[in-house]
Design a protein around this ligand. Structure first.
Ligand code: DON
Length: 321
């Protein structure tokens, strides 16, 4: 049944679809294979109702949106004190792939690559200097990452309410062209702050970025965080309210990178973007929004995705402040 909300969502998509500005990410070659005109929008309400429009069933890779989920997972596993000792919560004001660390050489926040590689590392076995036996064979390292990745996929899947899968072609493409991320992992290692094997941390990070999602998935994931950690469609408590609150706070200040100030001023919602073209935005207590359109601005954020969220925020009065 088509409701007035459906009519409104179709209307703003028609408005935003005329914007062909921006460019598909090409620094990961496999990402160029998408349809640049793809455009999907989903809203998941706190009662679990889903509004799905456009290419809402199209699968794309989650990319940096994963950073919010891995942060939630590592907070759940280790608790905030241990995580805060390793990763800050301050906006960096720099690009997502800068090696932004604070005076204690902690990555400035978990939403940039340095912080996300650190989050991934905290899920892996910690290697001490005197502990050469743990990861000294390549096959053991791969098996370790396999096990931790399975656990991570189960967690993401519980947030989405369906089993998610990796896009192998994107993962291989990221591994081939991941010099910058490899440099970040080794730089953190050289600072003495990375306690896991840098190759394993990098591999886990690249795998999580390569998980495929739809805008429906993003909306459900967003609503799970919006409603204190309960998936509104399965009824399962996935994270604690405290973890959900922390993740939303850091998404508000750091989720849109060096475009975060502009985003918070104009849209006023916690959000996270990915170079696959997805944006996840959240109205705490109420709803999750998933948008997909792969043409990106200079910060690596979806042009139409931002435009769509601006419309939703202004027209429906979603701005939190
Ligand atoms: O680290 C990378 O290069 C990617 N796998 C993810 C980056 C990303 O999505 C940045 N977001 N806008």
């Amino acid at each position: 049944m088509s409701t007035p909300v459906d009519g409104y969502l179709r209307h703003i998509m028609t408005l935003c679809a005329t914007d062909r500005a921006g460019a598909v990410a090409d620094y990961i070659p496999e990402l160029t294979r998408v349809d640049p005109d793809g455009y999907g929008l989903s809203l998941c309400m706190h009662d679990g109702h889903l509004y799905s429009h456009g290419d809402s069933a199209a699968q794309f890779t989650i990319q940096s949106i994963s950073k919010a989920l891995t942060y939630a997972l590592v907070l759940t596993r280790l608790g905030p004190r241990e995580v805060d000792a390793k990763i800050g919560v301050e906006p960096s004001g720099e690009a997502f792939n800068e090696i932004s660390v604070d005076g204690a050489r902690r990555p400035k926040n978990p939403m940039i690559n340095a912080g996300a590689i650190m989050s991934a590392s905290l899920l892996l076995p910690q290697v001490r200097d005197d502990d050469s036996a743990t990861l000294d064979s390549e096959s053991l390292e791969v098996r370790t990452v396999d096990t931790v990745f399975d656990d991570l996929v189960s967690f993401y899947s519980a947030c989405a309410g369906r089993r998610l899968h990796i896009d192998d072609a994107v993962y291989r493409s990221e591994r081939r062209t991941g010099a910058r991320n490899r440099a970040i992992a080794y730089m953190l290692d050289s600072f003495g702050v990375l306690d896991a094997d840098p190759e394993a941390a990098l591999d886990l990070y690249l795998r999580q970025c390569s998980l495929r999602v739809t805008t429906d998935d993003l909306a459900v994931i967003g609503c799970t965080l919006a409603t204190g950690g309960v998936n509104p469609r399965t009824g399962r408590q996935i994270v604690s309210p405290e973890v959900a609150q922390r993740v939303l706070s850091v998404m508000t200040t750091c989720g849109m990178y060096d475009g975060a100030g502009d985003w918070v001023s104009s849209v006023g919602l916690p959000a996270k973007s990915g170079v696959g073209g997805g944006i996840l935005a959240i109205l705490p207590g109420q709803l999750g929004i998933g948008v997909y359109s792969p043409r990106l601005d200079a910060h690596g954020n979806s042009v139409r995705g931002i435009d769509t969220c601006r419309h939703l925020s202004t027209d429906l009065g979603l701005h939190m402040f």
